[in-house]
Design a protein around this ligand. Structure first.
Ligand code: AMP
Ligand code: ZN
Length: 466
Protein backbone atom coordinates (compact mmCIF):
# COMPACT_ATOMS: atom_id res chain seq x y z
CA UNK A 1 0.00 0.00 0.00
CA UNK A 2 1.12 3.52 -0.75
CA UNK A 3 1.94 6.27 1.73
CA UNK A 4 -1.30 7.77 3.05
CA UNK A 5 -2.21 10.67 5.32
CA UNK A 6 -5.43 11.86 6.85
CA UNK A 7 -6.17 15.25 5.34
CA UNK A 8 -8.15 17.61 7.57
CA UNK A 9 -9.29 19.50 4.46
CA UNK A 10 -11.04 16.53 2.83
CA UNK A 11 -11.61 14.51 6.03
CA UNK A 12 -10.26 11.49 4.15
CA UNK A 13 -7.18 9.34 4.21
CA UNK A 14 -5.48 10.07 0.88
CA UNK A 15 -2.48 8.74 -0.99
CA UNK A 16 0.35 11.23 -0.76
CA UNK A 17 2.75 12.23 -3.50
CA UNK A 18 4.34 15.67 -3.88
CA UNK A 19 3.14 18.02 -6.60
CA UNK A 20 6.60 18.72 -8.05
CA UNK A 21 9.36 16.21 -8.62
CA UNK A 22 10.55 14.40 -5.58
CA UNK A 23 10.53 17.33 -3.19
CA UNK A 24 7.95 17.72 -0.43
CA UNK A 25 7.21 21.37 0.23
CA UNK A 26 6.07 21.53 3.80
CA UNK A 27 5.21 24.28 6.24
CA UNK A 28 4.90 24.07 9.99
CA UNK A 29 3.59 26.72 12.34
CA UNK A 30 6.44 27.15 14.76
CA UNK A 31 6.53 28.42 18.33
CA UNK A 32 5.62 31.80 19.68
CA UNK A 33 8.83 32.56 21.51
CA UNK A 34 7.52 34.18 24.68
CA UNK A 35 8.55 31.37 27.02
CA UNK A 36 10.01 27.86 27.07
CA UNK A 37 7.98 25.34 25.10
CA UNK A 38 6.25 22.60 27.09
CA UNK A 39 6.09 18.93 26.21
CA UNK A 40 2.60 19.45 24.71
CA UNK A 41 4.11 21.77 22.11
CA UNK A 42 6.90 19.25 21.71
CA UNK A 43 4.46 16.47 20.96
CA UNK A 44 3.38 18.37 17.86
CA UNK A 45 6.99 19.05 16.85
CA UNK A 46 7.91 15.40 17.47
CA UNK A 47 5.09 14.32 15.14
CA UNK A 48 6.56 16.63 12.49
CA UNK A 49 9.96 15.07 13.00
CA UNK A 50 8.55 11.56 12.52
CA UNK A 51 6.75 12.82 9.42
CA UNK A 52 9.98 14.29 8.01
CA UNK A 53 11.94 11.14 8.68
CA UNK A 54 9.31 8.88 7.19
CA UNK A 55 8.97 10.99 4.04
CA UNK A 56 12.73 10.69 3.62
CA UNK A 57 12.68 6.94 4.25
CA UNK A 58 10.14 6.80 1.42
CA UNK A 59 12.61 8.48 -0.93
CA UNK A 60 11.48 12.10 -0.83
CA UNK A 61 13.55 15.19 -0.26
CA UNK A 62 12.26 17.89 2.00
CA UNK A 63 11.92 21.59 1.73
CA UNK A 64 10.44 22.34 5.11
CA UNK A 65 9.84 25.82 6.47
CA UNK A 66 9.05 26.64 10.08
CA UNK A 67 8.26 30.11 11.28
CA UNK A 68 9.24 31.65 14.57
CA UNK A 69 6.57 34.04 15.82
CA UNK A 70 8.68 36.73 17.41
CA UNK A 71 6.17 39.56 17.58
CA UNK A 72 2.82 39.03 19.28
CA UNK A 73 0.74 40.38 22.20
CA UNK A 74 2.31 38.27 24.96
CA UNK A 75 5.82 38.94 23.69
CA UNK A 76 5.19 42.66 23.68
CA UNK A 77 3.70 42.54 27.19
CA UNK A 78 6.49 40.42 28.68
CA UNK A 79 9.33 42.28 26.99
CA UNK A 80 7.95 45.60 28.23
CA UNK A 81 7.58 44.20 31.76
CA UNK A 82 11.24 43.21 31.72
CA UNK A 83 12.39 46.47 30.15
CA UNK A 84 13.77 44.64 27.09
CA UNK A 85 13.35 45.12 23.38
CA UNK A 86 11.31 42.36 21.75
CA UNK A 87 14.49 41.27 19.93
CA UNK A 88 16.40 40.83 23.19
CA UNK A 89 13.46 39.12 24.82
CA UNK A 90 12.73 36.63 22.04
CA UNK A 91 16.41 35.76 21.37
CA UNK A 92 16.53 33.84 24.66
CA UNK A 93 13.45 31.72 23.93
CA UNK A 94 14.32 31.18 20.29
CA UNK A 95 17.65 29.71 21.35
CA UNK A 96 15.92 27.68 24.07
CA UNK A 97 13.57 26.26 21.44
CA UNK A 98 16.48 25.30 19.17
CA UNK A 99 18.27 23.69 22.11
CA UNK A 100 15.20 21.78 23.32
CA UNK A 101 14.32 20.45 19.89
CA UNK A 102 17.96 19.36 19.39
CA UNK A 103 17.89 17.59 22.77
CA UNK A 104 14.79 15.71 21.61
CA UNK A 105 16.63 14.87 18.37
CA UNK A 106 14.14 16.73 16.21
CA UNK A 107 15.63 17.49 12.84
CA UNK A 108 15.97 21.15 12.03
CA UNK A 109 13.65 22.17 9.15
CA UNK A 110 15.51 23.33 6.06
CA UNK A 111 14.49 26.89 6.83
CA UNK A 112 13.54 28.56 10.10
CA UNK A 113 12.19 32.03 9.40
CA UNK A 114 11.30 34.89 11.71
CA UNK A 115 8.21 37.03 11.43
CA UNK A 116 10.12 40.22 12.23
CA UNK A 117 12.38 39.64 9.23
CA UNK A 118 9.41 39.59 6.85
CA UNK A 119 7.47 42.69 7.79
CA UNK A 120 7.83 44.31 4.36
CA UNK A 121 6.68 41.13 2.63
CA UNK A 122 3.62 41.12 4.88
CA UNK A 123 2.86 44.77 4.21
CA UNK A 124 3.07 44.01 0.46
CA UNK A 125 0.67 41.09 0.77
CA UNK A 126 -1.78 43.21 2.74
CA UNK A 127 -1.61 45.91 0.04
CA UNK A 128 -2.44 43.27 -2.55
CA UNK A 129 -5.38 42.02 -0.49
CA UNK A 130 -6.58 45.59 -0.21
CA UNK A 131 -6.34 46.05 -4.00
CA UNK A 132 -8.44 42.90 -4.46
CA UNK A 133 -11.13 44.16 -2.11
CA UNK A 134 -10.60 41.77 0.79
CA UNK A 135 -9.82 44.35 3.46
CA UNK A 136 -11.19 47.37 5.23
CA UNK A 137 -9.56 49.86 7.53
CA UNK A 138 -10.74 51.02 10.89
CA UNK A 139 -8.79 53.34 13.21
CA UNK A 140 -5.70 52.83 11.09
CA UNK A 141 -5.79 49.02 11.47
CA UNK A 142 -6.48 46.80 8.47
CA UNK A 143 -8.93 43.87 8.75
CA UNK A 144 -9.70 40.90 6.53
CA UNK A 145 -13.35 40.81 5.46
CA UNK A 146 -14.19 37.12 5.66
CA UNK A 147 -17.65 37.61 4.16
CA UNK A 148 -15.79 38.16 0.85
CA UNK A 149 -14.23 34.70 0.99
CA UNK A 150 -17.18 32.36 0.42
CA UNK A 151 -15.37 29.12 1.25
CA UNK A 152 -14.33 30.33 4.71
CA UNK A 153 -14.79 27.35 7.06
CA UNK A 154 -13.78 24.64 4.58
CA UNK A 155 -10.84 23.43 6.66
CA UNK A 156 -12.51 23.35 10.06
CA UNK A 157 -15.79 22.17 8.46
CA UNK A 158 -17.74 24.79 10.29
CA UNK A 159 -20.69 26.47 8.76
CA UNK A 160 -20.02 30.15 9.00
CA UNK A 161 -22.88 31.26 6.78
CA UNK A 162 -24.10 33.36 9.69
CA UNK A 163 -20.83 35.29 9.85
CA UNK A 164 -21.30 38.56 11.60
CA UNK A 165 -20.04 40.86 8.87
CA UNK A 166 -18.00 43.67 10.35
CA UNK A 167 -17.50 42.02 13.77
CA UNK A 168 -13.80 42.18 14.41
CA UNK A 169 -10.99 40.76 16.51
CA UNK A 170 -7.69 42.54 16.66
CA UNK A 171 -5.73 40.52 19.20
CA UNK A 172 -3.43 37.55 18.70
CA UNK A 173 -5.41 35.45 21.15
CA UNK A 174 -8.50 34.12 19.45
CA UNK A 175 -11.91 32.89 20.39
CA UNK A 176 -12.37 29.35 19.14
CA UNK A 177 -16.12 29.45 18.61
CA UNK A 178 -16.73 32.52 16.58
CA UNK A 179 -15.62 33.49 13.07
CA UNK A 180 -14.85 37.16 12.94
CA UNK A 181 -12.94 39.53 10.73
CA UNK A 182 -9.36 39.33 11.83
CA UNK A 183 -6.67 41.91 11.93
CA UNK A 184 -4.01 41.95 9.21
CA UNK A 185 -2.20 45.09 10.31
CA UNK A 186 -2.43 46.78 13.67
CA UNK A 187 -1.93 50.51 13.85
CA UNK A 188 0.70 51.44 16.42
CA UNK A 189 -0.54 51.84 19.98
CA UNK A 190 1.25 53.88 22.61
CA UNK A 191 4.50 52.32 23.66
CA UNK A 192 4.19 49.33 21.31
CA UNK A 193 6.95 48.45 18.88
CA UNK A 194 6.09 49.39 15.30
CA UNK A 195 7.41 49.23 11.76
CA UNK A 196 7.07 52.01 9.20
CA UNK A 197 5.42 50.66 6.06
CA UNK A 198 3.14 52.02 3.30
CA UNK A 199 0.27 50.83 5.55
CA UNK A 200 1.40 53.26 8.23
CA UNK A 201 3.30 52.63 11.45
CA UNK A 202 2.24 49.41 13.06
CA UNK A 203 2.78 45.68 13.20
CA UNK A 204 1.30 42.62 11.53
CA UNK A 205 -1.45 40.48 13.01
CA UNK A 206 -0.52 36.88 13.74
CA UNK A 207 -2.05 35.04 10.76
CA UNK A 208 -0.49 36.92 7.85
CA UNK A 209 3.07 35.83 8.66
CA UNK A 210 2.39 32.17 7.87
CA UNK A 211 0.73 32.84 4.50
CA UNK A 212 3.53 35.16 3.47
CA UNK A 213 6.50 33.12 4.63
CA UNK A 214 5.04 29.83 3.38
CA UNK A 215 4.43 31.15 -0.13
CA UNK A 216 7.66 33.15 -0.29
CA UNK A 217 9.79 30.05 0.21
CA UNK A 218 7.59 27.22 -1.01
CA UNK A 219 5.43 28.66 -3.78
CA UNK A 220 1.68 29.26 -4.01
CA UNK A 221 0.63 25.66 -3.34
CA UNK A 222 2.29 23.66 -0.56
CA UNK A 223 2.28 19.89 -0.39
CA UNK A 224 1.78 19.68 3.36
CA UNK A 225 0.88 22.14 6.09
CA UNK A 226 1.07 20.96 9.69
CA UNK A 227 0.37 22.18 13.19
CA UNK A 228 -1.42 21.26 16.38
CA UNK A 229 -5.15 20.65 16.16
CA UNK A 230 -5.94 23.88 18.02
CA UNK A 231 -4.55 25.84 15.08
CA UNK A 232 -7.14 24.49 12.61
CA UNK A 233 -9.53 27.26 13.52
CA UNK A 234 -9.14 30.15 13.25
CA UNK A 235 -5.41 30.30 12.42
CA UNK A 236 -5.26 27.88 9.50
CA UNK A 237 -8.66 28.88 8.22
CA UNK A 238 -7.35 32.46 8.14
CA UNK A 239 -4.13 31.40 6.41
CA UNK A 240 -6.26 29.83 3.66
CA UNK A 241 -8.46 32.91 3.37
CA UNK A 242 -5.42 35.18 2.99
CA UNK A 243 -3.38 32.98 0.68
CA UNK A 244 -6.16 31.88 -1.64
CA UNK A 245 -7.51 35.41 -1.91
CA UNK A 246 -4.03 36.46 -3.04
CA UNK A 247 -3.36 33.68 -5.56
CA UNK A 248 -6.70 32.12 -6.52
CA UNK A 249 -4.96 28.74 -6.07
CA UNK A 250 -5.24 26.08 -3.38
CA UNK A 251 -2.88 27.02 -0.55
CA UNK A 252 -2.01 23.57 0.79
CA UNK A 253 -2.91 20.15 -0.59
CA UNK A 254 -2.61 18.22 2.66
CA UNK A 255 -3.37 19.56 6.14
CA UNK A 256 -2.05 17.37 8.96
CA UNK A 257 -2.99 18.19 12.54
CA UNK A 258 -1.58 16.64 15.68
CA UNK A 259 -3.88 15.95 18.63
CA UNK A 260 -3.06 17.35 22.01
CA UNK A 261 -0.99 16.05 24.81
CA UNK A 262 -3.17 16.13 27.88
CA UNK A 263 -2.51 15.73 31.55
CA UNK A 264 -5.22 14.56 33.94
CA UNK A 265 -7.43 14.57 30.84
CA UNK A 266 -6.99 18.29 30.24
CA UNK A 267 -5.04 19.89 27.42
CA UNK A 268 -1.53 20.72 28.60
CA UNK A 269 -1.21 24.46 28.25
CA UNK A 270 0.63 27.47 29.55
CA UNK A 271 -2.55 29.24 30.49
CA UNK A 272 -3.84 26.36 32.65
CA UNK A 273 -0.42 26.03 34.29
CA UNK A 274 -0.59 22.20 33.99
CA UNK A 275 2.58 21.76 32.00
CA UNK A 276 6.09 20.37 32.15
CA UNK A 277 8.90 21.69 30.05
CA UNK A 278 11.54 19.37 28.65
CA UNK A 279 13.97 20.96 31.10
CA UNK A 280 11.67 20.07 34.03
CA UNK A 281 11.64 16.39 33.07
CA UNK A 282 15.35 16.18 32.34
CA UNK A 283 15.97 17.89 35.70
CA UNK A 284 13.99 15.06 37.33
CA UNK A 285 16.38 12.57 35.76
CA UNK A 286 14.39 11.39 32.73
CA UNK A 287 16.36 10.78 29.55
CA UNK A 288 15.45 12.82 26.45
CA UNK A 289 15.07 9.57 24.50
CA UNK A 290 12.37 8.36 26.91
CA UNK A 291 10.46 11.62 26.44
CA UNK A 292 10.89 11.40 22.67
CA UNK A 293 9.69 7.80 22.68
CA UNK A 294 6.65 8.61 24.78
CA UNK A 295 5.64 11.54 22.56
CA UNK A 296 6.11 9.49 19.39
CA UNK A 297 4.53 6.27 20.63
CA UNK A 298 0.87 7.24 20.26
CA UNK A 299 -0.31 7.93 16.67
CA UNK A 300 -0.44 11.67 16.17
CA UNK A 301 -4.20 11.91 15.64
CA UNK A 302 -4.94 10.28 18.99
CA UNK A 303 -4.92 12.11 22.29
CA UNK A 304 -1.98 11.23 24.49
CA UNK A 305 -2.38 11.56 28.24
CA UNK A 306 0.93 12.29 29.94
CA UNK A 307 1.76 10.29 33.08
CA UNK A 308 5.02 9.53 34.83
CA UNK A 309 4.17 5.82 34.62
CA UNK A 310 3.96 6.23 30.85
CA UNK A 311 7.34 7.93 30.84
CA UNK A 312 8.89 5.14 32.92
CA UNK A 313 7.35 2.54 30.61
CA UNK A 314 8.92 4.39 27.66
CA UNK A 315 12.33 4.16 29.31
CA UNK A 316 11.82 0.42 29.92
CA UNK A 317 10.83 -0.13 26.30
CA UNK A 318 13.99 1.58 25.09
CA UNK A 319 16.02 -0.54 27.49
CA UNK A 320 14.58 -3.72 25.96
CA UNK A 321 15.51 -2.62 22.48
CA UNK A 322 19.01 -1.60 23.54
CA UNK A 323 19.56 -4.86 25.38
CA UNK A 324 18.60 -6.76 22.27
CA UNK A 325 20.98 -4.70 20.15
CA UNK A 326 23.77 -5.28 22.65
CA UNK A 327 23.07 -8.99 22.59
CA UNK A 328 23.20 -8.96 18.81
CA UNK A 329 26.52 -7.12 18.91
CA UNK A 330 28.16 -9.42 21.41
CA UNK A 331 26.58 -12.87 20.98
CA UNK A 332 28.75 -15.62 19.52
CA UNK A 333 26.36 -16.98 16.91
CA UNK A 334 26.84 -20.25 15.11
CA UNK A 335 27.83 -19.96 11.46
CA UNK A 336 25.24 -20.10 8.68
CA UNK A 337 21.97 -18.40 7.86
CA UNK A 338 18.56 -19.59 8.91
CA UNK A 339 16.15 -18.89 6.03
CA UNK A 340 13.26 -18.78 8.43
CA UNK A 341 14.95 -15.86 10.17
CA UNK A 342 15.69 -14.08 6.92
CA UNK A 343 11.97 -14.25 6.18
CA UNK A 344 11.10 -13.12 9.72
CA UNK A 345 13.27 -9.98 9.42
CA UNK A 346 11.69 -9.20 6.03
CA UNK A 347 8.22 -9.58 7.52
CA UNK A 348 9.11 -7.27 10.41
CA UNK A 349 10.35 -4.63 7.98
CA UNK A 350 7.20 -4.94 5.91
CA UNK A 351 4.95 -4.60 8.96
CA UNK A 352 6.95 -1.61 10.18
CA UNK A 353 6.77 0.14 6.80
CA UNK A 354 3.10 -0.56 6.33
CA UNK A 355 2.30 0.85 9.75
CA UNK A 356 4.06 4.13 9.05
CA UNK A 357 2.64 4.35 5.52
CA UNK A 358 -0.76 4.15 7.16
CA UNK A 359 -0.94 7.77 8.33
CA UNK A 360 2.13 7.30 10.55
CA UNK A 361 0.75 4.60 12.80
CA UNK A 362 3.65 4.71 15.22
CA UNK A 363 1.99 2.39 17.75
CA UNK A 364 1.81 -0.39 15.19
CA UNK A 365 5.33 0.28 13.97
CA UNK A 366 6.59 -0.09 17.53
CA UNK A 367 4.52 -3.25 17.86
CA UNK A 368 6.27 -4.70 14.82
CA UNK A 369 9.66 -3.90 16.36
CA UNK A 370 8.85 -5.47 19.72
CA UNK A 371 7.42 -8.62 18.21
CA UNK A 372 10.57 -8.99 16.19
CA UNK A 373 12.80 -8.49 19.22
CA UNK A 374 10.78 -10.95 21.32
CA UNK A 375 10.93 -13.63 18.62
CA UNK A 376 14.59 -12.98 17.86
CA UNK A 377 15.51 -13.30 21.55
CA UNK A 378 13.74 -16.67 21.76
CA UNK A 379 15.42 -17.81 18.56
CA UNK A 380 18.79 -16.84 20.01
CA UNK A 381 18.03 -18.75 23.21
CA UNK A 382 17.17 -21.79 21.10
CA UNK A 383 20.32 -21.40 18.98
CA UNK A 384 18.25 -20.96 15.82
CA UNK A 385 19.43 -17.46 15.12
CA UNK A 386 22.66 -17.74 13.14
CA UNK A 387 25.54 -15.39 12.35
CA UNK A 388 24.21 -14.81 8.82
CA UNK A 389 20.96 -13.48 10.28
CA UNK A 390 22.62 -10.76 12.32
CA UNK A 391 23.09 -8.23 9.48
CA UNK A 392 19.38 -8.45 8.63
CA UNK A 393 18.46 -7.81 12.25
CA UNK A 394 20.84 -4.83 12.41
CA UNK A 395 19.30 -3.50 9.23
CA UNK A 396 15.87 -3.70 10.78
CA UNK A 397 17.06 -1.91 13.92
CA UNK A 398 18.68 0.78 11.78
CA UNK A 399 15.47 1.33 9.88
CA UNK A 400 13.56 1.50 13.15
CA UNK A 401 16.02 3.98 14.59
CA UNK A 402 16.16 6.17 11.49
CA UNK A 403 12.60 7.11 12.46
CA UNK A 404 12.33 6.68 16.23
CA UNK A 405 15.94 7.61 17.07
CA UNK A 406 16.07 6.32 20.64
CA UNK A 407 18.72 3.59 20.62
CA UNK A 408 21.77 5.74 21.20
CA UNK A 409 21.85 7.06 24.75
CA UNK A 410 22.22 10.79 25.23
CA UNK A 411 25.40 11.75 26.96
CA UNK A 412 24.29 13.35 30.20
CA UNK A 413 26.09 16.49 31.27
CA UNK A 414 29.51 15.49 32.56
CA UNK A 415 28.94 11.95 31.24
CA UNK A 416 31.35 9.87 29.19
CA UNK A 417 31.25 9.50 25.44
CA UNK A 418 31.28 6.03 23.86
CA UNK A 419 34.94 6.50 22.88
CA UNK A 420 35.92 7.44 26.44
CA UNK A 421 34.12 4.39 27.79
CA UNK A 422 35.81 2.08 25.27
CA UNK A 423 39.20 3.56 26.17
CA UNK A 424 38.65 2.92 29.89
CA UNK A 425 37.51 -0.62 29.17
CA UNK A 426 40.69 -1.24 27.15
CA UNK A 427 42.78 0.18 29.98
CA UNK A 428 40.98 -2.09 32.43
CA UNK A 429 41.68 -5.14 30.27
CA UNK A 430 45.35 -4.18 30.08
CA UNK A 431 45.48 -3.68 33.87
CA UNK A 432 43.96 -7.12 34.44
CA UNK A 433 46.44 -8.69 32.09
CA UNK A 434 49.26 -7.05 34.01
CA UNK A 435 47.64 -8.41 37.21
CA UNK A 436 47.04 -4.87 38.42
CA UNK A 437 43.63 -5.76 39.84
CA UNK A 438 43.47 -2.66 42.01
CA UNK A 439 43.52 -0.44 38.92
CA UNK A 440 41.05 -2.67 37.08
CA UNK A 441 38.68 -2.37 40.01
CA UNK A 442 39.15 1.35 40.20
CA UNK A 443 38.15 1.71 36.55
CA UNK A 444 35.04 -0.39 37.06
CA UNK A 445 34.04 1.84 39.97
CA UNK A 446 34.78 5.01 38.04
CA UNK A 447 32.60 3.82 35.18
CA UNK A 448 29.84 2.83 37.56
CA UNK A 449 29.92 6.25 39.20
CA UNK A 450 29.37 7.74 35.74
CA UNK A 451 26.43 5.48 35.02
CA UNK A 452 28.17 2.81 32.96
CA UNK A 453 27.69 -0.82 33.88
CA UNK A 454 30.18 -3.49 32.85
CA UNK A 455 29.31 -7.11 32.40
CA UNK A 456 32.11 -9.64 32.06
CA UNK A 457 30.88 -12.46 29.83
CA UNK A 458 32.52 -15.46 28.23
CA UNK A 459 32.48 -13.45 25.04
CA UNK A 460 34.23 -10.42 26.49
CA UNK A 461 33.13 -7.25 28.22
CA UNK A 462 29.74 -5.74 27.49
CA UNK A 463 28.79 -2.30 28.72
CA UNK A 464 25.68 -0.26 28.92
CA UNK A 465 24.49 2.97 30.39
CA UNK A 466 22.27 2.85 33.45
P1 AMP B 1 2.28 27.96 20.25
O1 AMP B 1 3.70 28.32 20.58
O2 AMP B 1 1.32 28.13 21.38
O3 AMP B 1 1.81 28.61 18.96
O4 AMP B 1 2.26 26.37 19.97
C1 AMP B 1 3.18 25.71 19.17
C2 AMP B 1 2.59 24.40 18.67
O5 AMP B 1 2.28 23.53 19.77
C3 AMP B 1 1.29 24.57 17.89
O6 AMP B 1 1.33 23.70 16.76
C4 AMP B 1 0.23 24.14 18.89
O7 AMP B 1 -0.90 23.64 18.23
C5 AMP B 1 0.96 23.04 19.63
N1 AMP B 1 0.41 22.74 20.97
C6 AMP B 1 0.06 23.59 21.96
N2 AMP B 1 -0.39 22.91 23.06
C7 AMP B 1 -0.33 21.59 22.75
C8 AMP B 1 -0.63 20.37 23.46
N3 AMP B 1 -1.09 20.36 24.71
N4 AMP B 1 -0.43 19.20 22.81
C9 AMP B 1 0.06 19.17 21.54
N5 AMP B 1 0.36 20.27 20.83
C10 AMP B 1 0.18 21.48 21.41
ZN1 ZN C 1 0.81 29.43 11.12
Amino acid sequence: MALRFYNTLTQQVEIFTPLHDNVVRMYTCGPTVYNFVHIGNLRTFTFQDILRRWLRARGYQLDHVMNITDVEDKIIRNAAAQGKSIGEYTAVYTQAFLDDTATLRLERPERMVKATEHIDDMADAIEKLRAKGFTYTSDGSVYYRIANFPTYGKLSHNDFSGIRAGARVDVDEYDKADARDFVLWKAQKDGEPAWETPLGAGRPGWHIECSVMAMKYLGETLDIHTGGVDLTFPHHENEIAQSEALTGKPFARFWLHAEHLSIDSQKMSKSLGNFYTLRDLIGMGYAPEAIRYLLASVPYRKKLNFTFDGLKAAATSIERLRNYKLRLETAKLAAGTNEKWTARAAAATKAFDEALDDDLNTAEALGAAFEFVRDANSAMDAGEFLAGNAPEAFEFLDRFDSVFDVLKPSVAEGGLTDAEIEALIAERAAAKKAKNFARADEIRKELEAKGVILEDTKEGVRWKRK
